[in-house]
Write a new protein. Sequence first.
Length: 323
Amino acid sequence: MDIGVLTVPLGGQSREEAFSYLSDIGVGAVELGCGGAPGDDHLPREEYLGDEEAQSELRDQLDEHDLRISALATHNNPIHPDDGHANEADTELREAIELADELDVGVVTCFSGLPAGGPNDEVPNWITAPWPTEHADAHEYQWEEVAIPYWREIAEHAADHGVDVAIEMHPNMLVYEPHGLARLREETNERIGANFDPSHLYWQGISITDAIRYLGERDAIHHVHAKDTKVYEAQAREKGVLDTTPYTDEPERSWLFRSIGYGHGESHWKDVVSTLRMVGYDDVLSIEHEDSLTSANEGLEKAVDLLERAVFETTPGEAYWAE
C-alpha cells in the first residue's frame, strides 16, 4: 500500500520541486489535478492530452523521483443546471479520462455533481429530507432525469478507455454517502466507484470501517483519500453539524478538516488500513491536506509519519496457524 499525496497544496512549487519534496518525505504516489476545483498547476490537461513528448517528460520526472500517478483529479459539477458550467465540467471529466488512458493511469477522481431540483430551476439543490413531499419529487427528478442518464454515458466512456471513475462522496453533491454511491454504481457499470474520503463521512456520523466494508463488499472502492476531520462537540451540541460557518472561523466551527492524526488517532488509522486490506483494497492512501490550523508542509509530513506506521508494506503470509 502506497502513501500518496494530492499535490494541490504544493501548487506554488514547480512540478519538479513538488516531486522532489514528496519523494524526500517518503511519498510513493501522486494524485495530480488536471481541472475543476483541484486546478491544473502540475498537469495542464489540454497541454498533455495527445502530446507524447510532454507525457514522456512527465514519466521521466516520475521515474527520477520513484513516484507513480495514483489518479488524475478533476472535481466539478457536470450536471449543474447552468449549461455553460455543466459543459465545462463535462469536458474536463471526459478529457481527464482520455488523458488517464494515455498516461496508463487507472483512475480519475471527481464529484458526482448536483442538479437543480427541477427542469426550470437555476441553481443546484442539495436535498437531505423527503418532506415536504416536493423535496422527494425533486430528489427523484435529480436521479432519474439527470444523474443516471449522464453517468451512464460517462461510465461507457470510462469503459472504452479502461479507466475507473472514483467519485468522492461529498455533501452538497448528489452522492454524499455510501448508499448513494452504491446506487449510482448499480445504475451504471463497474467503472463507477468511490474515491473513499473519510473526512466527509466523519461529521455525518458514518462509521468509516462499516462504510469500507459496505462498499468493499460491492468491489466499489477505486481510490482512497487520507484526510481527517475533528468534530468539536461544544459547537455541535449547540448548532449541529450542518454548519455554514466559514472554514477560516475555526473557533466557531462544529467541525474542521484536520491533518491525519489530529481528528482520529493512530490506532483508528491502523484500523482503517486493516479494514481496507480485508475488503481487498491494497493500493494508495492519497493524503489531501485541507487543515487550516497548520501549513501544507507540516500537515503532509505529520500525515506521512503516521501513515508510515499504519500501512502494510508486505503481502500477507500463509496463515499456518489456521491449518
